[in-house]
Design a protein around this ligand. Structure first.
Ligand code: NAP
Length: 354
């Protein structure tokens, strides 16, 4: 075992009881998905090396911090035009200003549905296809909070992106091969409630725990992506979710000082750097080998299947979550019409005969 492997095992053993989401079921490579040579130590720059994204358009939510910033930076470095969202325009502007390449900052607060609609309308007004829609923004809170009468993690991490994707999806149809990439977490199968999505308690009135509420919302991310992939079957758009790794970003800003210290120690000893943390997002968003891969869940730049009892590929819960999410956000959704693919050639709408 090399030094990193040893530290990984030792530190995980020491901190597992403190940090939710550590330890847990084994994963194995998913079948029928191209295997990449990249892994836990690959960086976003490495996985995109040689990929020319000139002319491609990406939307990255939560572009001002951590994994989102690095994702935006590397996609722009490879030539993509990146629209980066921040909770305030100032934050998005400051992040975009630090990036070499073409970027546009946009304001979007995921707990404010009107702001999501405004953001989507602004992006739509650019009248361009979207090649990559990276749902990266996320929060991990502390005390129980309700937004729109629902538990806050569920609203911010899941329902907010549900609305955004709904309102931008037709722009992905106009790309040669649009990709929705949902940044979930392995907490979805390590710390989410055993029964999966709490359809009868979306206000989290029972035994609230912030880490479980976070994990619950991350399971919603994975199931959302899974169901979206099913609904998009037969189109060129793909949808995949992922765990970025354990990375010392601002995500732990709201946890208790003890947990935060444990998180800091864990990430120092065995976690990923931010450059490594953005690798799986960038790989799934750009790899030419994944053009037909949809409905998968990735860790360390490879699609995996999680062994044991979990809800990662629970078709019934995924469909139910979709319906419930539609009901909960119906005033903010647009009707989705699937284009007629016979009208398209090489991703472009054919000229009409007359
Ligand atoms: N770091 C990890 O170990 C880890 C592990 C598994 C999964 N993840 C996932 O990775 C993603 C990125 O997280 P990160 O680690 O890079 O954390 P981060 O540094 O805290 O970045 C999170 C981003 O999301 C934004 N955000 C938070 N609440 C928002 C809201 N209500 N509306 C709009 N944007 C909001 C943040 O904006 P502000 O800066 O303005 O708050 C920030 O831009 C998240 O989805 C997280 O769940 C992270």
């Amino acid at each position: 075992m090399n030094r990193r492997g040893f530290l990984k095992t030792a530190s995980a053993a020491a901190i597992v009881p403190v940090i939710p989401g550590c330890g847990g079921p084994a994963v194995m490579p998913a079948t029928d998905v191209p295997v990449s040579s990249f892994g836990a130590e690959s960086t976003a720059e490495e996985v995109t090396e040689g990929i020319d994204l000139t002319g491609k358009i990406a939307v990255v939510t939560g572009c001002n911090s951590g994994i989102g910033f690095e994702t935006m930076r590397v996609l722009a470095l490879r030539g993509a035009y990146v629209i980066g969202t921040g909770r305030t325009l100032e934050k998005a502007e400051a992040a975009c200003a630090l990036v070499k390449g073409i970027t546009t900052p946009v304001q979007m607060e995921l707990s404010d549905y009107d702001s999501i609609v405004k953001c989507a309308e602004l992006i739509r007004s650019m009248n361009s296809p979207i090649d990559m829609l990276i749902c990266n923004a996320g929060m991990r809170g502390a005390e129980r909070e309700l937004v729109h009468g629902l538990e806050k993690h569920f609203v911010v991490n899941h329902l907010g992106h549900f609305i955004l994707v709904n309102r931008l999806l037709d722009r992905l149809y106009f790309s040669w091969q649009g990709r929705v990439v949902v940044v979930g977490s392995w907490a979805a199968y390590r710390s989410a409630p055993e029964e999966g999505i709490q359809f009868d308690d979306l206000r989290a009135t029972r035994d609230y725990s912030a880490s479980q509420a976070y994990a619950h919302s991350k399971l919603a991310n994975v199931l959302f992506s899974y169901e979206l992939a099913r609904l998009l079957k037969g189109t060129r758009i793909t949808s995949n979710s992922l765990h970025p790794g354990v990375i010392n970003t601002n995500i732990a800003r709201n946890v208790s000082p003890i947990l935060r210290a444990g998180f800091g120690l864990l990430t120092r000893l065995s976690g990923k750097t931010i450059e490594e943390g953005a690798a799986t997002s960038c790989y799934v968003a750009t790899s030419p080998r994944l053009g037909a891969t949809s409905g998968e869940y990735f860790e360390d730049c490879n699609a995996v299947t999680v062994l044991g009892d979990n809800h990662m590929h629970d078709r019934e819960q995924a469909s139910r979550l979709w319906l419930v999410s539609e009901q909960l956000t119906q005033d903010y959704l647009v009707e989705l019409k699937r284009p007629d693919w016979s009208e398209f050639e090489n991703g472009l709408r054919k000229k009409r005969a007359n």
